[in-house]
Design a protein around this ligand. Structure first.
Ligand code: 5AD
Ligand code: SF4
Length: 510
């Protein structure tokens, strides 16, 4: 039975379908253009709540399994939850084994070259599964799909790929799958211009303790090194009432922690034309919801305003951890990165935050080896790190991204120098992380227990409000609860403690 017959047979008892399927089966080929992706139109964002699986696609996944491998950031992880939700509405079942899967999707990240190389490696590896099971559909989605160079490479070199789609048309997954089943050629549907905001997409969340909630999409900052404004489109905020409703529902379902997501959450609300409503206002509303913890990521120092600091200082379910990427401590480098703030502005912001929230834990992102970065400029980054006293950092060697302004810069910093700078920075990061953890020895902290440690079953693991990983011995029943743990020892990147007691829900906000 071919695909058309199989689908037709499933429709026997369904209401009569329209006969003309051509609008679903036309050959799809929309390739991306970074030049178009750069455009920022003035047109208003449209919000939709009308997502539904079209009758045409009902039962498409019956007896079939899907597997999604996710690369990159939490936004991508959350997109995977949405795609999994759509797959399940189509009747597919999830599987953890690639060899069992009928559809394999790689949800990719474009942020650095090595992230992309991993995906190309995996794509090469998938040939062997496809040979064993020629019916298997292989798809590439996520940020890499938004790059024309990537799509060209896939078309040329990875012809076992059946479909490529981007970050703006995830909701089109049923159409794209259908097309891929019908077509002998690779289905490519990538939109360079961001789509509207679709509110009611299904989600199959991977956990029952922590949940991701998008508050905005896209980024308009155009830092000179960054591909994100091209792969994720212009800034579009979700309406506050939708976010508040989603968080309320998650609280009612028993989730204990919310991570609010956006590429630049501090720009939240800037795009609203009818209301004056920013991240501080949203956090002030979310603070009133009965859920133990709310975090957000990721911040941009430029738009981090005083009202937000004021609201975060009220604490309650708003935790004392802020991830605040600085990227560099040198004014010259910050300028060519187009970060649009200075070292002094950043230090001033940190001072304000610390004044309002004295026990705050700050973490950051840093790029070393920017084109033509001098030793002195790198030293300024080390000095800034020490001056702020960050407790953690994600550190990277600059990776040129085709299509971004920085990729065109001539670079005189040898690779070995970049690597050596990264090592020196990492030594400082380790020193500060260990010192920050040492302060907890002897203290009792609140831990949201997430599961057992990767190494030992009887050891539970979870995070404090300030995002410190804690391991302690205890029964599995504690998973999902907030407990008090006495810290016995600080390790390099985690704490070891002893269970004290379960924290009552009513005490959590104290
Ligand atoms: N090269 C290296 N690191 C990058 N980042 C973003 N773009 C690049 C790039 N081209 C880092 C930044 C950002 C984090 C998510 O990734 O530090 O904050
Ligand atoms: Fe990677 Fe950025 Fe895309 Fe996230 S948004 S997957 S970090 S390129």
């Amino acid at each position: 039975m071919n695909e058309e017959q199989r689908l037709a047979s499933q429709q026997v008892n369904q209401p009569k379908q329209e006969k003309d399927y051509s609008k679903y089966f036309e050959r799809v080929f929309t390739a991306p253009s970074l030049k178009d992706a750069k455009k920022r139109g003035k047109e208003e964002v449209k919000y939709h709540k009308d997502f539904a699986i079209d009758e045409q696609f009902r039962g498409m996944g019956q007896g079939r399994k899907f597997y999604i491998r996710t690369y990159g950031c939490q936004m991508n992880e959350h997109d995977t939850e949405v795609m999994a939700g759509i797959f399940m509405q189509l009747g597919y079942e999830p599987t953890e084994q690639i060899e069992e899967a009928d559809v394999v999707l790689l949800n990719t990240c474009a942020i650095r070259e090595n992230a992309e190389n991993k995906v190309f490696g995996e794509l090469g590896f998938l040939v062997k599964y496809k040979r064993k099971n020629p019916e298997m559909l292989i798809g590439v989605c996520g940020c890499m799909s938004q790059e024309e160079s990537v799509v060209n490479k896939i078309l040329k070199t990875y012809q076992h790929v059946d479909m490529v789609f981007g970050t703006h048309n995830i909701h089109r997954l049923p159409h794209i799958l259908k097309e891929a089943y019908m077509s002998k050629e690779m289905v490519v549907e990538v939109w360079s211009k961001e789509g509207d905001v679709i509110e009611n997409l299904p989600k199959k969340r991977i956990g029952s303790i922590k949940a991701w909630v998008n508050i905005m999409y896209g980024c308009d900052k155009f830092c000179t090194y960054c591909i994100v404004p091209y792969t994720r489109g212009k800034e579009r905020s979700r309406r506050p009432e939708e976010i508040i409703q989603e968080v309320r529902e998650l609280a009612a379902q028993g989730y204990k922690e919310i991570m609010l997501l956006g590429q630049n959450v501090n720009a939240y609300g800037k795009d609203f034309t009818d209301i004056d409503y920013r991240l501080g206002d949203l956090m002030d509303e979310l603070r009133k919801i009965d859920i133990p913890r709310i975090r957000f990521t990721t911040s941009h120092p430029r738009d981090f305003d005083d009202h937000l600091i004021e609201v975060l200082a009220k604490k309650g379910n708003l935790v004392e951890h802020i991830h605040l990427p600085v990227q560099s401590g040198s004014n010259d480098i910050l300028k060519i990165m187009a970060r649009k703030y200075t070292r002094e502005h950043f230090l001033n912001l940190v001072e304000k935050i610390k004044e309002a929230i004295p026990d705050v834990a700050l973490s950051t992102d840093i790029i070393v080896g920017y084109p033509n970065e001098t030793e002195e400029q790198f030293q300024e980054t080390l000095n800034l790190y020490r001056e702020v006293g960050f407790e953690m950092a994600f550190t990277y060697i600059y990776s040129p991204r085709e299509g971004t302004p920085a990729a065109k810069m001539v670079d005189n910093v040898p690779e070995e120098v970049k690597k050596e700078r990264l090592q020196r920075l990492n030594a400082v990061v380790a020193e500060f992380s260990t010192n920050a953890l040492k302060k907890y020895e002897g203290q009792v902290v609140e831990v949201l227990v997430e599961g057992s440690s990767k190494k030992r079953d009887d050891v539970l693991a979870g995070y404090t409000r300030r995002n410190k990983l804690v391991n302690f011995a205890g029964p599995k029943e504690l998973v999902g609860q907030i407990v008090k743990v006495k810290i016995m020892e600080a390790k390099s990147y985690s704490l070891r403690g002893e269970f004290v007691e379960v924290v009552k829900q009513t005490e959590v906000h104290a």
